[in-house]
Design a binder for this molecule. Structure first.
Ligand code: URP
Ligand code: ZN
Ligand code: ZN
Length: 459
């Protein structure tokens, strides 16, 4: 099967230019002016950008967490991603206690098998590093996994100690594996949460009050310092605040191999959203929490100046009715996580590119190219080039859409951006040459998405 896309404007991380593009099978095989029109199908992309499909390297589909399970699985989550212009993602496979990484990965593969609509990879989240799993860690790349994640928070659940983090980092570095951290000081947070509850402060706003920005800054600084000592590459996930950015910059100034992402929601929501009446604040409960307007400005600066290299979603959805409400009367029981996989590309285009916070090329770089480079997928994914997978989106920069939970494809009964009208939407989405979304129509088949075996980290 071949498809010729004519008259579009190709946008990569570095260039914007008008050209035709030929897809043959799963790949882009030609890019040029006035390509010969003898393909099986021809699409006129006049007035559209041709961008690489979005890559979201931070998602939690079908994940047991906070006494429940995140509500988007590899079926609904993948469709939602595709409708938003995202064609690949990397999900967190959580190691159970006393479980080998191999077994943990088998469990996550089962979740995706037969359901996947887009391509996906896994990071392994380490919760139990012992003699056996330490010996197993170097084998992860042979299982297609070249990144691990450690949680410095969620005491009594996912949190690991510094010894585990430092040992993991060193083994990872020796084996071409990237270490990721959720950086918040879990011990401090645990004290503050217990104090708040003892004082009768049970509303959702206390989720934010008990997870101060300093707890994130301190843990970020600690992880960065450990990465420096271990001579290991580090990727700090979901960074939210000025103090944490300062710590990352300190490491970067020393020439250490330390990288950071933020997530869409942190540019738009603040702590005040958690104070919304009638328990509505629970919809915004995630960790680290939403911060302040000043932190939002710092995040925009950090994505523009290169401190932050990627914008992901941390998509981890829990329904308001039936899941978030587990925390009525005790904010610590509200499952942590927010939706975003479908909205990321549109919100960042409409609010970021159109409002001149980031350039068009930087948008592509932050949402596709850098994630691909950092996580061993480039140049197969993350760019529009001959030889790359034909994961491409025809983006209509003028079409408007009002975001609403009634219409979105995410399996959750609310949307953080409810009622917001965005300008710029995906018109057609291709995954490995196959048209999977055409306007409002889903054309993909369940199970078509492939597991992404990623290359070792070599930066
Ligand atoms: O609140 C969040 N972020 N939930 C998902 C788990 C995590 O910490 O990334
Ligand atoms: Zn996290
Ligand atoms: Zn997460």
């Amino acid at each position: 099967m071949s498809t010729l896309i004519k008259n579009g404007t190709i946008v990569t991380a570095s260039d914007t230019y008008k050209a035709d593009l030929l897809i043959e099978g799963e790949q882009i095989t030609k890019i040029g002016k006035k390509l010969k029109d003898n393909a099986d199908e021809t699409i006129d992309a006049k007035g559209h950008y041709i961008i690489p499909g979005g890559i979201d390297v931070h998602t939690h589909l079908d994940m047991p967490f906070g006494g429940t399970v995140s509500n988007d699985d590899f079926d609904t989550g993948h469709k939602a991603a595709a409708f938003g212009g995202t064609t690949s993602h990397i999900d967190f496979c959580i190691q159970g206690k006393r479980q080998s990484f191999k077994k943990a990965l088998e469990g996550w593969h089962k979740k995706a098998d037969g359901k996947s609509g887009i391509d996906y990879g896994f990071h392994v989240a380490i919760t139990d590093l012992n003699k056996k799993t330490m010996a197993e860690l170097p084998q992860l790349p042979s299982m297609g996994v070249t990144s691990i994640k450690l949680f410095m928070a969620y005491k009594g659940a996912l949190m690991v100690d510094d010894e585990t983090l430092f040992r993991s980092m060193r083994i990872a570095a020796d084996n071409g594996i990237l270490t990721m951290v959720h950086a918040e000081n879990g011990d401090v947070i645990d004290v503050l949460v217990n104090e708040a509850l003892e004082a009768g402060n049970t509303d959702p706003i206390y989720h934010a009050k008990t997870r101060p920005a300093h707890a994130e800054a301190e843990a970020t600084g600690r992880a960065v310092a450990m990465a420096g000592m271990a001579n290991a590459p580090l990727y700090v996930v979901h960074m939210t605040c000025e103090g944490a950015l300062e710590q990352l910059r300190l490491g970067q100034k020393k020439g250490w191999n330390v990288h950071g992402e933020t997530c869409t929601q942190y540019f738009f929501m603040t702590e005040k959203d958690l104070a919304k009446p009638r328990f509505q604040g629970a919809k915004y409960v995630c960790s680290p929490p939403m911060r302040t307007k000043a932190d939002q400005a710092a995040l925009w600066e950090a994505v523009a100046d290169g401190t932050l290299e990627a914008i992901s979603t941390d998509h981890c959805v829990f329904k308001f009715k039936g899941q978030k409400d587990m925390g009525k009367g005790d904010f610590s029981k509200i499952p942590n996580g927010v939706p975003g996989i479908e909205d990321r590309m549109m919100i960042l285009y409409s609010e970021g590119v159109r409002k001149k916070k980031i350039s068009l090329n930087r948008w592509v770089e932050l949402t596709a190219t850098n994630p691909a480079k950092l996580f061993g997928l480039y140049p197969k994914k993350g760019t529009v080039a001959v030889g790359a997978d034909a994961d491409i989106v025809l983006w209509n920069p003028r079409e408007k859409k009002t975001i609403s939970a009634k219409k979105h494809h995410m399996n959750v009964d609310y949307n953080l951006y409810e009622g917001k009208t965005v300008t710029g939407v995906p018109a057609k989405v291709f995954s490995r040459g196959e048209l999977i979304v055409d306007g409002k129509k889903w054309l993909g088949e369940s199970g078509r998405g492939k597991f992404l075996e990623r290359s070792k980290v070599n930066y």
